[in-house]
Design a protein around this ligand. Structure first.
Ligand SMILES: CC(C)(COP(=O)(O)OP(=O)(O)OC[C@H]1O[C@@H](n2cnc3c(N)ncnc32)[C@H](O)[C@@H]1OP(=O)(O)O)[C@@H](O)C(=O)NCCC(=O)NCCS
Length: 213
């Protein structure tokens, strides 16, 4: 096995990439976790990745696409961050450090764009992915529920530049705790509003109408 990490070129089609994602996320489907990656078509991928950094890991011995990850860069003055998504490694290539190499290459690139931190997320129940994030310097800072999935997601943050607060484990824990409370009170795992949240919105609407009269 001889792995090369590089940006996706025209020699790799969006169909190849979609195929890799579907194969890699098969284990999540078997766990009952419906990641959007399992359903992305080549067209979805091309549209979603427009302008983003798409990295691939290629086994040059057998010319096999072994892994991929993408980064959406936001280097605006106020929020210099990158969003890490679509991380996938083909089953036979797992546990060889390929996901870690993809992240290292991504870190180099997003730093060149001035990003100070990376945000990522994964299903709470996707244990191997959670371990991978923690092992690679991400910290859990929040909980999120998306409408197109059937699970709560941990939100991770990896600091690239020194930041006193985000380097602090107690601050991270507090952020996670507050975010978790808000998420569980307001949303179900499938992103639908809870009865509590629906009630609160109904009450707000009534109050707004009353005040408006
Ligand atoms: C998560 C994933 C990307 C890791 O890829 P990888 O190339 O095998 O990861 P690396 O070799 O760089 O890192 C291995 C580390 O990840 C974690 N890990 C990977 N598989 C694991 C497993 N089955 N159980 C527990 N931890 C696991 C461990 O921390 C491991 O370190 P260790 O080998 O010292 O225990 C890969 O398993 C995958 O594609 N999974 C399916 C798709 C997915 O979940 N993507 C992430 C969505 S955010």
């Amino acid at each position: 096995m001889n792995i090369t990490i590089c940006r996706k070129g025209d020699d790799i089609s969006w169909d190849d990439l979609a195929d890799l994602l579907h194969e890699s996320f098969q284990e999540r489907l078997q766990q009952g976790l419906h990641f959007s990656c399992s359903y992305l078509t080549a067209n979805d991928l091309e549209t979603q990745s427009n302008g983003d950094v798409v990295l691939v890991a290629v086994d040059t011995d057998d010319n096999i696409l072994a892994g991929t990850v993408s980064f959406e860069i936001n280097s605006k003055k106020k929020d210099k961050r990158a969003y890490h998504y679509n991380l996938a490694v083909r089953p036979q290539y797992k546990h060889y450090g390929i996901a870690t190499q993809l992240l290292q290459k991504g870190v180099e690139i997003v730093k060149e764009h001035g990003c100070e931190y990376i945000i990522s997320d994964t299903a709470v129940g996707a244990k191997s992915s959670v371990h991978w994030h923690l092992k690679n310097g991400f910290r859990i800072v929040g909980l999120k529920s998306w409408t197109n999935t059937n699970y709560y997601s941990y939100v991770f943050r990896k600091q690239l530049a020194n930041d006193f607060w985000w380097e602090n484990a107690i601050f991270n824990k507090l952020c996670f705790w507050l975010s978790s409370l808000k998420c569980r009170l307001c949303y179900h795992e499938n992103g639908n509003l809870t009865r509590l949240m629906k009630g609160a919105l109904w009450l707000l609407d009534k109050l707004r109408k009353l005040v408006g009269k």
